[in-house]
Design a protein around this ligand. Sequence first.
Ligand code: GDP
Length: 447
Amino acid sequence: MKSAFEIVAIVGRPNVGKSALFNRLTGRAAAIVEDRPGVTRDRHFGKVEWENRRFWAVDTGGFDPEDDDTIPGAKMAAAIRDGIRRQVRLAIEEASRVIFVVDGKAGLHPLDRAVAQMLREYKKPVILAVNKTDLEADRTHEWDFAELAQDQGVAVSALHGRGVDDLLDAVVKDMPVYAGQAEEEQLRLAIVGRPNVGKSSILNSILNEERNIVSDVPGTTRDAVDTPLRAHGKDMILVDTAGLRDKGKISDEVEKYSAVRSMRAIERCDVALLVIDAYDGVREQDERIAGLIHDAGKACVVVVNKWDKVEKTDGTYEKCLKDIRARLKFMDYALVTFISALSRQRLGEVLPLAIQAAEAHRTRLSTSKLNRALEEILASSPMPSFRGRILKVYYLAQTGIRPPSFALFVNDPKLMHFSTQRRIKRLLRERFELKGTPIILMLRKRS
Ligand code: GDP
């Protein structure tokens, strides 16, 4: 299976600097991700790009016990520790390699040995990062760690950035070069959401409705976890459906800890169907999953399920929609539909909306079309001058698809206000019907 990204788990005992290292590694990619105001970033997952390789880093440090004193009762503490271990194990299971972080200042700790032992069970490549070696003088303990991993560790300072390039070289070694996705691939849909929102019910209803046309799509390699489907004249692949088709095998408890699984499904899809419970409204976990979809640059349809459970009076629909839009402000482009998997109300709308979003996601516009649109946009709304200098806009070019990405060439990017960029994006979206997909607009300087 050609998976676009590998997953690399950052593992180690508490306080060795896993999160600092995670921030250091993912900080590099932050500049190309669109901003997401008002929402705290999911601190567990981040994209890393290095030497034409791409991977998702998973910070299992976010799963460390934060403050044991605040947990009432030994039983509760044990339950939470158990959950944490499970999360770490799930992250390792999903990962193709592991960065094992140790504290170079403190030296070898008994817990490091325990972590090493756990890692050995998984037989995955382990890259040892000897952290906190801020100065050359801090390297005294480096050899203590030799017993933990096969290869010699890489001395790093997550805080100061020292050795991080060497670490990245070691991590991406033998990783395939990322060549982008092939263009004529089938649409890939993922049904994601927190437990019990109705993902399985929706999947099963869709498969039942379309059962005569479920086909093996020829010429595609696919995972056993995927389900091919032909509907509305399109070949599609529903990715990562194994756990949904075969409920019972995967317990809710496991699903709860498997944010890594949603992340992987999201990474492998073109369009994410984000299922939320109409009765509960948007919860924090829904927001987080939406954030992952947004950060991954995927198209999105918000499927508000269990609409049958909501008592309706005048304006209920409008109010619900407004609430959802407010909570998911950063993905104002998402299509939204209200359905009931139970009564099958509007179930038939889900796939057509997903197709619409997928097509917008892979839209390619000619430079002439784009620049005619740009001229009109500029004529209707003259660019403001800023700090006494006049912004000159030269031309617009599309630089990529999935999602549609554009470069706007200007005399000086600093002269363009953020709100102007937003307006251009909005006008492009309206003009070319780019519904359901994010758009990336980058400014480029040209003198
Ligand atoms: P998943 O964990 O997201 O896959 O959720 P399930 O598909 O297992 O659904 C969780 C529960 O919600 C089950 O008891 C379903 O019968 C119920 N459910 C799913 N869709 C609907 C719906 O549209 N309306 C109502 N009232 N209940 C639903």
